[in-house]
Design a protein around this ligand. Structure first.
Ligand SMILES: [Zn+2]
Length: 487
């Protein structure tokens, strides 16, 4: 048994104007042939799971290619066409008995709103109907009927954060090997309930999603059902297939696959309100923070999620804090020019600054403040604990701490810096646990650092490129009606 191993993976945010080009793949992984074995064998990744499975399942792995780039805007047509073309060439050359292919499921190319579906459709048209193709998919994939129709079977991760990627690769390999041995006859169906699942409720270990993941496991135990995948999907993609997907793989029973996919889809539809929890706006959230008894109150600026690639200088919450007379709050802003102004003025001196709202027009307007420079710092600090991103030595560039009205503190940095470590504050002499309000520009990843000290956490529906409220985006290509856009 000879099985081709390949991957072509990208999570494309169609609201991001940057393009992901050949250099974007080459900088991460654009690997052809046997070199991918050494690169991916030990990775906590489905391709590592494919490779690992070869020995136990008794097949010869044929390494074809691996292309992976950091999440960003859509993929350019030239690298998309090149990778798919070289994959087809490699399969024709090596003539495997079957193909294990790792896709993300939320790839968009310049000319392909359904790039993953296009990959499999081109493979199918070039290689014919008989080659078994088993896919692995990221839990954030937005799956199309074309993708499922042209593949033999597909399985997705079951966890978010994704900690089961290797296992997902092993499951795919097992299905393909059973098919090649003639033990099963893979067939599958796709369910697409007409809703989207908000990014803030996509933690698979928490409700409401946890119950659905458990239900998928329970359905998998039914006679004839080989795999049930539930993908909540990726809402930063203006494509027809955006939204959750249910993929059911059965042993030769198309009607059973259809029935199971439809039932689980209906259950998601019934829970659509819980899968789209709405967050308070800035004014409401600041009002709640001022009344909260357990401090510090962490206000989560989800629209300006620095780790998700946003501006880092949103003033929406700062302006609201000042408007409502908040005191003892800490706000971090990317403000390189204002840091220079503070440095020129010197520690202890009074400054008048216009901070934030300068990177783009999506994150509020600059705010005029008057205050005193308390600290000037080189912006380097060490985080000794385990934190999201795994960084120890951190650089936020030359940094100024400015105290403004109401004993409120502005941390102005020269580099965009995500709130993954309290070191960002403690290195300046701030004791975050004694403050009343802390603004963090993040969605989930801040929690490892801030949850242990937070008295109250309030996630806020703020504007920006990482806004979690889908009503803030102008969708043109999604299928309609789609809950909650058309509720
Ligand atoms: Zn993902």
């Amino acid at each position: 048994m000879r099985i081709g191993i390949a991957g072509f993976m990208h999570e494309s945010n169609t609201f991001n104007p940057l393009r992901t080009d050949r250099a974007g793949f080459a900088a991460q992984s654009l690997t052809f042939g046997p070199a991918l074995l050494d690169e991916w064998r030990d990775a906590h990744h489905e391709v590592g799971g494919f490779i690992e499975s070869a020995k136990g399942l008794g097949f010869e792995p044929l390494p074809l290619l691996m292309a992976w780039a950091m999440p960003s805007g859509p993929v350019t047509d030239d690298v998309f066409d090149e990778v798919v073309g070289r994959l087809i060439d490699a399969v024709r050359r090596e003539r495997p008995d079957g193909l294990l292919l790792a896709l993300h499921g939320a790839m968009v190319a310049q000319s392909q709103l359904d790039a993953d579906g296009e990959v499999v459709a081109r493979l199918r048209h070039a290689l014919g109907p008989d080659l078994p193709i088993v896919l692995t998919l990221d839990l954030h994939g937005n799956l199309s009927e074309r993708l499922i129709g042209h593949s033999t079977a597909a399985v997705a991760y079951r966890t978010n954060p994704h900690v089961d990627q290797r296992e997902c690769g092993r499951r795919a390999a097992s299905l393909l090997v059973r098919q090649l041995r003639g033990e099963v006859r893979l067939c599958q169906a796709l369910g697409k309930p007409p809703l989207l699942v908000n990014i803030m409720v996509q933690d698979t270990s928490k409700e409401p999603l946890r119950t659905f993941m458990e239900e998928a496991r329970a359905r998998e135990g039914r006679p004839g059902v080989l795999a049930v995948s539930l993908l909540p999907g990726f809402a930063y993609a203006d494509v027809p297939q955006m939204g959750p997907s249910v993929v059911v793989v059965t042993d030769g029973d198309a009607a059973l696959a259809r029935k199971e996919a439809d039932e689980l889809s209906a259950r998601l539809w019934d829970a659509r309100e819980r899968l789209n929890a709405t967050l308070p706006d800035a004014a409401t959230a600041v009002g709640q923070a001022l009344k909260a008894e357990r401090t510090p109150v962490v206000l989560v600026d989800t629209g300006d999620n620095v780790g998700g690639g946003s501006a880092a200088d949103s003033t929406v919450l700062l302006a609201e804090l000042l408007r409502q007379g908040a005191t003892d709050a800490v706000v971090c802003l990317y403000a390189p020019r204002e840091v220079e102004e503070c440095a020129r003025a010197g520690v202890g001196q009074e400054v008048r600054l216009s901070v934030g709202g300068k990177v783009d027009r999506l994150h509020g307007d600059p705010v005029s403040v008057r205050g005193r420079v308390r600290v000037l710092h080189d912006g380097n600090y060490v985080e000794p604990q385990v934190r999201h991103g795994g960084k120890r030595v951190n650089h936020m560039g030359p940094t100024a701490l400015v105290e403004i009205e109401g004993r409120n503190l502005l941390v102005l940095t020269t580099l965009r810096h995500p709130p993954f470590s309290l070191g960002q504050l403690t290195c300046l002499g701030i004791r975050p646990e004694l403050q009343r309000i802390l603004i963090v520009k993040a969605a989930i990843a801040y929690k490892a650092a801030y949850a242990p000290i937070a008295g109250t956490i309030i996630e806020v529906d703020t504007p920006g490129v990482t806004a979690v409220n889908p009503h803030r985006f102008a969708y043109r290509n999604v299928r309609r009606p789609l809950y909650p856009l058309d509720s």
